[in-house]
Design a protein around this ligand. Structure first.
Ligand SMILES: Cc1cc2nc3c(=O)[nH]c(=O)nc-3n(C[C@H](O)[C@H](O)[C@H](O)COP(=O)(O)O)c2cc1C
Length: 449
């Protein structure tokens, strides 16, 4: 079983930061992050993962409603990973980077550099951006349409891969005697001109240590799954039931096989938000306390993209009909509508579910209860591992390291030490992608005529 620690600002539960024992400023505390990365490494987590967007992302109707959102101030994750890789040796680091509001040269260059800075321990979560606000920071009036976002993402990823293959692995000979710095036959200028992107190359960083950094992807819609099954090593997903997880798992693996991939090289990693206690009662009490702390102003925006502004409705009223279509997160929108149709569902019940883990699985119980679920899905064909989402910081993360990991190790489902060659790919058991020529060796660099 692979384990990642999925960090969401001050905690994955939107009210987690209000717990008396929570660090309210965790998201921006570099000393805490250093300690967390080192503790996660001691617990043998395969990686830490930061989701990201290039904006204050929200669905609040005004600044006053926004003022209750605890996910405002966060580190730019690649900068953070640079710092954390300096105080760790083996744990991997995955960060989201948007294919919609970046240029591929930036993304290829930053991840290639970080792969060297971290000695081969970095991963890129390919996202198309779900938030409207990112558009406004990049000269656009509206968010790019879902279909176009995915068309751009497909091309973007191919360009990034092509830039990482600018240089064969042994291109840099740096031969003092002859004065020749690189072997010109091993330079491959991309010269890409496609539907939406035009990038000449080559990259001004050597081929990454891992060949390509580990690629993660979390799209659940049709185009999202198509992209993931073509390119991803890690598939992130939000699944609430074992049955749905098994269906998703077999669909991803079948898509991958149809795309000519080895299904074993695609690791499906759903999220889980464990609420643990030494007893079931203690866990339930902690969950109840968290749910009671969900302020309507932080809850209602979770429903706004799907149902509009519901602040005029009493909290115990049933859900109105959903808005038609959504350009944000298609799969999330559909899941919310399904939940909203459940008998007895009310406005406040639904926003409290979303505030808990945004559609991920919330598991409440003793470490042994949580391990039962994780092992059951894992052995039952529902996942290859888990993204553990601490409700707040740092206690629930430390409990995952100190309570859950030993329990999983006792059961023989989680490793007791890192495997492989020291890289992140190595510890996941994934092969290093071989250099791939785009069929245009040694193109001109734009030299003088
Ligand atoms: C675990 C997880 C992490 C995600 N991280 C990000 C992120 O950092 N930035 C982002 O814009 N979207 C993120 N998403 C959203 C996905 O990229 C994607 O838009 C979403 O799963 C819906 O897929 P769809 O657009 O194919 O329907 C994440 C989704 C999941 C399940």
């Amino acid at each position: 079983m692979k384990l990642g620690l999925n960090i969401v600002a001050n905690g994955a539960h939107a009210a987690g930061w209000r717990m008396p024992q929570a660090r309210v400023d965790a998201a921006m505390d570099i000393r805490l992050w250093r300690q967390m990365a080192q503790a996660a490494e001691r617990a043998r987590f395969h990686f830490m993962f930061w989701a990201d967007g290039i904006a204050v992302r929200h669905s609040a109707k005004d600044d006053e409603e926004l003022a209750y959102n605890p996910r405002i101030d966060v580190f730019e994750p690649l900068t953070l990973i640079g710092a954390l890789s300096a105080v760790t040796e083996r744990i991997g680091f995955v960060a989201s980077a948007s294919t919609t509001y970046n240029e591929p040269y930036h993304v290829a260059r930053k991840f290639a550099s970080l792969d060297y800075v971290s000695s081969g321990r970095v991963g890129w979560n390919v996202v198309t951006s779900w938030s409207e606000q990112e558009a406004y920071n990049f000269g656009r009036e509206a968010h790019m349409d879902h279909d176009l976002r995915y068309r751009r993402a497909e091309e973007f990823v191919d360009v990034v891969f092509g830039l990482w293959d600018s240089w064969e692995d042994d291109a840099f000979i740096r031969d003092r005697a002859s004065g020749r710095y690189f072997d010109a036959a091993k330079l491959h200028t991309l010269n890409h001109r496609g539907e939406v992107l035009s990038v000449k190359g080559p990259l001004n960083v050597a081929r990454p240590i891992q060949g390509y950094p580990v690629i993660a992807q979390a799209g659940s819609s049709g185009p999202g799954q198509d992209l993931g099954s073509r390119i991803a090593d890690l598939i992130y997903t939000a699944q609430k039931t074992r049955e749905a997880a098994v269906t998703f798992y077999s669909s991803v693996k079948a898509h991958g096989a149809a795309a000519g991939r080895d299904p074993c090289s695609m690791l499906v990693m759903p999220g889980i938000l464990p609420i643990m206690g030494r007893t079931r009662q203690e866990a339930q009490d902690r969950f109840d306390q968290l749910q009671d702390l969900v302020h309507p102003r932080v809850g209602l925006p979770f429903l706004a993209d799907t149902y509009g502004d519901l602040s005029h409705l009493p909290p115990d009223s049933p859900l109105p009909p959903p808005l038609r279509g959504s350009n944000a997160v298609k799969s999330g929108h559909e899941a919310l509508i399904r939940l909203g149709r459940q008998p007895g569902m009310t406005v406040s019940k639904l926003y409290k579910i979303m505030a808990g883990a945004q559609g991920h699985n919330v598991a409440i119980g003793t470490p042994s209860d949580i391990a039962d679920i994780m092992q059951d899905w894992f052995e039952g064909g529902g996942c290859d591992g888990w993204n553990i989402m601490p409700a707040f910081l740092p206690d629930p993360a430390i409990e995952a390291f100190e309570w859950l990991v030993p329990e999983l190790q006792r059961r023989g489902v989680f490793h007791t030490d890192y495997e492989g060659d020291g890289t992140f790919r190595g510890s996941l058991g994934l092969p290093r992608p071989a250099f791939r020529s785009r069929g245009k060796p040694a193109q001109s660099l734009g030299h003088r005529p």
